[in-house]
Design a protein around this ligand. Structure first.
Ligand SMILES: [Zn+2]
Length: 444
């Protein structure tokens, strides 16, 4: 059975959009993309507005959603914020995580996200005792994404110690595996499906010893799956790495064979010129999370230099301080403007590419992220009559979407040809009510 959508406007890549595009869907794939069709063909569903490929959130910690409104005020730094985050992490169990992640993923769906990469590190019960099912927490995330209808790449995260010569905080025991073999055993639990992929993550160079990083990188290489790591978010991490290993975190990751086209460095805020050359030279991805990086006073990542060096870009909601990938995408360029005093280093098309195909590549979904024949039928319909976009110049709709749209302008969202959001509402979940209940439950 094929479905036909007629798009008033559609973005097929490049600096401008196309009016009158017919998308033909068979199963979960696009089997036809026809331009310059003035009127909807007989039997086609008319999609008013601008149709984009589904957005991709390449770096999420869903449970952080319960921190929103609670951790923004007052003085402090990333490290004081982390204490508050640990308080929450200590309260989770599989049931609470499932409810919270389902609500957080549903908020992502409302914002136009069709694929999420969940960087998952709260593995065990308190005290570090594995659950009867050692994969219970990851499976809670898998179930949550499936109930919302999102594609998920579960990035099972290796976390083996607190830091270079630092005692484990009590809550960190929940993150820590006995050894890298125990990590690999759990990470091999889940079988890929039409909407699930599994990748590997190294929490950070401070949390994983060198030999274990090597083993995680080899695991991902052997399976040809994504490998992610938090890299150089904070100066203190880089200083400690320099003191212990005599090199930057990126150089250390390179020395264990981590850096490849399958690798994504999350943040890279403090990356040096050599680090940028390493990432760009291997065609790796840098996932920037500007709304979180600004909330945590991390700094501004070197986005334009990374693009110039050949790195791919992706964006992530990370701490869910804000869930709006249009805001993440434009912040990449707007922060660059503030840092350099120059405009226009990264075009709107490249920014939108980071929020779609760039993220899809980073999460191991090369068949997602573009409206093209053979790709997955994951689409977002953006309202052009909203106050944000009303009056936009038709030849500049990509600029309008990237620099002015918000998550609230998302009208409909389909994953694999099936609508999961219609008219701004999730098809099965009352998202605000789910958020309210699950957040209250997490803190109870
Ligand atoms: Zn993160």
């Amino acid at each position: 059975v094929t479905t036909t959508w007629w798009c008033e406007q559609a973005w097929l890549g490049g600096p401008s959009t196309h009016p009158g595009v017919v998308l033909t869907v068979d199963g979960d794939r696009l089997v036809g993309v026809t331009q310059d069709v003035a009127e909807p063909p007989l039997g086609a569903e008319r999609l008013a507005g601008l149709v984009l490929p589904g957005l991709v959130d390449a770096h999420s910690h869903a449970f952080h959603r319960a921190l929103r409104s609670r951790t923004h005020a007052g003085a402090g730094s990333f490290w004081t914020w982390r204490d508050q985050m640990y308080d929450l992490a200590g309260r989770l169990d599989p049931e609470r995580l499932h409810r919270l992640a389902r609500a957080a993923f549903a908020e992502l769906a409302l914002a136009g996200v069709t694929t999420v990469g969940e960087f998952h590190y709260v593995h065990h019960a308190s005290g570090g005792v594995p659950y009867a099912d050692p994969a219970a927490m990851g499976s809670a995330l898998v179930a949550a994404a499936a109930e919302v209808g999102l594609r998920l790449t579960l990035l099972d995260t290796a976390y083996l110690r607190s830091g270079f010569d630092v005692e484990l905080a009590p809550v960190q025991r929940r993150f820590v595996d006995r050894d890298v073999a125990a990590w690999a055993e759990r990470a091999s639990t889940w079988k890929p499906s039409a909407t699930l992929r599994v990748g590997a993550a190294i929490h950070s160079v401070r949390a994983v010893p060198v030999d274990a990083m090597q083993a995680v990188a080899a695991w991902a290489r052997h399976r040809d799956v994504p490998l992610h790591a938090h890299v150089s978010e904070q100066r203190a991490e880089d200083d400690a790495c320099l003191a212990v290993h005599g090199c930057t975190p990126m150089a250390l990751l390179d020395s264990v064979g981590a850096i490849s086209p399958r690798f994504t460095a999350v943040h890279a805020t403090q990356a040096t010129d050599d680090d940028i050359r390493l990432l760009g030279g291997d065609g790796s991805t840098c996932c920037l999370c500007p709304t979180t990086e600004r909330d945590l006073a991390d700094g501004i990542g070197p986005a334009a230099a990374l693009v110039a060096a050949g790195a791919r870009l992706a964006v992530g909601s990370d701490s869910h301080a804000v869930v709006d990938l249009f805001e993440e995408a434009r912040a990449v360029e707007l922060d660059e403007r503030l840092a350099t005093g120059k405009r226009g280093a990264i075009s709107a098309a490249v920014l939108l590419g980071a929020a779609t195909a760039g993220g899809a590549h980073s999460l191991g979904w090369p068949e997602a992220g573009e409206l093209a024949v053979g790709r997955l039928a994951d689409v977002v319909v953006l309202a052009l009559e909203s106050p944000r976009l009303a009056g936009a110049e038709p030849d500049h709709l990509v600029d309008g979407a990237v620099f002015a749209a918000t998550a609230a302008d998302v009208r409909h969202v389909a994953v694999g040809g099936r609508w999961i959001v219609r008219d701004g509402a999730h098809v099965t979940l009352d998202v605000a009510a789910e958020l309210r209940r699950s957040i209250a439950g997490a803190w109870a």
